[in-house]
Design a protein around this ligand. Structure first.
Ligand SMILES: Nc1ncnc2c1ncn2[C@@H]1O[C@H](COP(=O)(O)OP(=O)(O)O)[C@@H](O)[C@H]1O
Ligand SMILES: [Mg+2]
Length: 251
């Protein structure tokens, strides 16, 4: 197998899109993230999973319960966003390969499983698979799988050294820092903290916002992955396990 430790990065939809504006890219946020990813990709194997932000979550809300619109619109807008992410990474010198979540994961009897061979083949060629939250086959239907869940599953099943969740905030706080002036950043997140943390998401988030993210982060940490959450500027510190302003997760 190709050498180098495996790093999985979840690129928050809050970072690469403007979650308050439908179908709007945050180009500056995306380009900054792509450059940071290019730096940490050196000497490592990297898998990127991005969220839906104002593309995916908006498409779900707009579908208003119509299966036809849900499947077609979510697929369309998430593929469009995926192409933007892949383009930004390629422009930063990263050999990115877009993979729809359908090609990577499925759910049978409620049990999530990975198409490991697809991811491993892409890594073996020295490329960087870039998948996303979105539609996967779930017990015979195309349903939405959260990018946070997918990122955590990939990190666990491929035995990643590190899983980093990049967000538009610099850490996990005791409450949403955007709406609560008393919110305090957490240096360490443990399962025992979960109940006390209050949160929602920035703008719309149909798959569960920050609390689902934290549960997935803990799940990966408990499986032996080094897990951190924070902003793009601290990505290198998160990946190297250095001190910095971000939240690390302790099992
Ligand atoms: N306790 C909290 N700590 C940190 N961020 C929080 C918290 N509660 C809510 N948030 C919000 O969660 C957002 C990140 O989660 P989410 O909107 O799901 O983003 P992503 O697109 O990265 O999945 C941040 O923009 C932040 O405003
Ligand atoms: Mg989210």
């Amino acid at each position: 197998m190709r050498a180098g430790e495996l790093l999985v990065v979840k690129l928050g939809g809050s970072l690469i899109t403007d979650k308050r504006k439908p179908l709007t890219l945050n180009r500056e946020g995306l380009e900054t993230a792509a450059e940071a990813l290019a730096r940490v990709a050196r000497g490592r194997r990297l898998v990127v999973v991005h969220g839906g932000g104002s593309f995916g979550h908006y498409a779900v809300v707009q579908a208003g319960g119509s299966r036809e619109r849900l499947v077609s619109d979510v697929s369309y807008w998430m593929s469009a966003l995926n192409l933007e992410v892949v383009s930004a990474l390629r422009a930063a010198g990263v050999p990115a390969v877009g993979l729809p979540p359908l090609a990577v994961a499925r759910v049978d009897g409620g049990q999530l499983s990975l198409q490991r061979d697809v991811l491993e083949a892409a890594l073996e060629d020295g490329t960087v698979p870039v998948t996303h939250g979105g539609l996967v086959l779930q017990d015979g239907r195309l349903e939405i799988l959260s990018g946070d869940v997918l990122a955590s599953e990939i990190a666990v099943k491929l035995a990643a050294r590190t899983l980093a969740f990049l967000m538009d905030v610099d850490a996990v706080y005791t409450a949403d820092p955007r709406s609560d002036p008393h919110a305090r950043p957490l240096e360490v997140l443990k399962r025992s903290h979960l109940e006390a943390i209050r949160g929602g998401s920035s703008g719309i988030d149909v798959t569960g916002g920050i609390l689902l993210k934290l549960r997935e982060a803990l799940r990966a940490a408990e499986a032996g992955v080094r897990v951190a959450l924070g902003g793009v500027s601290e990505l290198e510190a998160m990946v190297e396990g250095l001190k910095g302003k971000y939240t690390r997760v302790e099992p």
